[in-house]
Design a protein around this ligand. Structure first.
Ligand code: GDP
Ligand code: MG
Length: 174
């Protein structure tokens, strides 16, 4: 049942407006909702069947990354991270790189994470190339996906499933 403690705890981070809330809701419900309270911070419990094994995940949707003390608590709580930027927002891309270094520092390890370039439907506004995303992911030792929360698609589930697999793999060797 969903009352038991989660097997995997995931925190979704990234600049405000990149589509964190939209991505999570798309993953959980396969629907797209245009407007979210930008200050909303909440967790979702969600059960997935991963390679024939049931896994209860808890996902934290963050907002307002300036409250660093609370954020450090969130970072310590997490088993893995989804770092989101928007492909039409260079600043959010640069912020994602800085954020990963901060996560590694707080957790004192190379954290499990997926780098996600969201809003690929806005092709005509693209400011970050796919190659740049791949190169940063390689440098940060993250997985990499480009997604569109508004169009949907397989990639959004893959982001979370790949991250769960990475987390499971690490837990089994610890
Ligand atoms: P958050 O602050 O990172 O949680 O971002 P939100 O999920 O609230 O999304 C911010 C804005 O971007 C909203 O107006 C969303 O409708 C829009 N948005 C989110 N994802 C996408 C996407 O994939 N494509 C497009 N075109 N807009 C998106
Ligand atoms: Mg949000």
């Amino acid at each position: 049942s969903k009352g038991r403690p989660p097997d995997c705890k995931i925190v979704v981070l990234g600049n405000s407006g990149v589509g964190k809330s939209a991505l999570i809701v798309r993953f959980l419900t396969n629907r797209f909702i245009w407007e979210y309270d930008p200050t909303l911070e909440r967790t979702y419990k969600h059960q997935v069947q991963l390679d024939e094994e049931p896994i209860l995940m808890e996902i934290l949707d963050t907002a307002g990354q300036e409250e660093t003390i609370q954020q450090e608590g969130n970072i310590r709580w997490a088993d893995g991270f989804v770092l989101v930027y928007a492909i039409n927002d260079r600043q959010s891309f640069e912020a994602a790189g800085t954020l990963k270094q901060h996560l590694d520092q707080v957790k004192k390890t190379n954290v499990q994470c997926m780098l996600v370039g969201n809003k690929v439907d806005l092709l005509h506004e693209r400011r970050v190339t796919t190659n740049e995303g791949e190169a940063l992911a390689l440098e940060l030792s993250c997985g990499f996906f480009e997604t569109s929360a508004s169009d949907g698609g397989e990639e959004i589930s893959e982001v979370f499933h790949e991250l769960l697999r990475d987390i499971k793999r690490r837990k089994s060797v610890e």
